[in-house]
Design a protein around this ligand. Structure first.
Ligand code: HEC
Length: 148
């Protein structure tokens, strides 16, 4: 009898825990939808666009950026930045071609830096992965990908 009672209360606890999980999941789901909607336009603040690199490009900076690009970006953005990396078979939207004059002229260095820093799904943020200098190396390297 006592055993039966214990079992019943364990059962009730499990149900409560499950309900809590469902409520939590629904909440997290809604919250991330809201975040996705907010991020949709990838609004780059004007002051972020105006930020300039603290150092100029040189061979070392570009070589460092190239290595980081191979490791962190090539799988999506492709070998030369055309947006045709192997991971694009699985991700949506596909990355844009960042080698075109249109893309290169549209974005200031500060805008590129900001986008790399905060990311936008499916692109992760790199603030927690790459140092500021590494992100600037990356911006200088992306400029070398300009196709025309
Ligand atoms: C998981 C795939 C993925 C990875 C890894 C990734 N990106 Fe992206 N990136 C994207 C996608 C997709 C977009 C387009 C997002 C949008 O506009 O909806 C994008 C957009 C960008 C843009 C803006 C392009 C524009 O025309 O507005 C830049 C700059 C960029 N990525 C740089 C990088 C750099 C540098 C790295 C590595 C440090 C990187 N990305 C890693 C998928 C990726």
């Amino acid at each position: 009898m006592a055993g039966c009672l214990i079992l019943r209360s364990v059962g009730a606890k499990t149900v409560k825990r499950k309900l809590l999980l469902i409520v939590l999941a629904a909440f997290v789901g809604t919250a991330s939808l809201v975040v996705a909607a907010v991020q949709d336009g990838w609004d780059v603040p004007e002051d972020a666009k105006a930020v300039e690199s603290p150092f100029a490009a040189d061979d070392e900076v570009i070589a460092e950026g190239a290595t980081l690009y191979q490791r962190n970006c090539r799988m999506c953005h492709g070998e030369s930045g055309k947006g045709d990396g192997p991971a694009t078979a699985r991700i949506k939207p596909a990355p844009p071609d960042i080698t075109t004059a249109e893309a290169q002229d549209r974005m200031s260095d500060g805008e590129m830096f900001y986008k790399i820093t905060v990311g936008k799904r499916p692109m992760r943020e790199f603030e927690s992965k790459l140092s500021e200098d590494e992100r600037w190396n990356m911006v200088h390297f992306l400029r070398t990908l300009r196709a025309g």
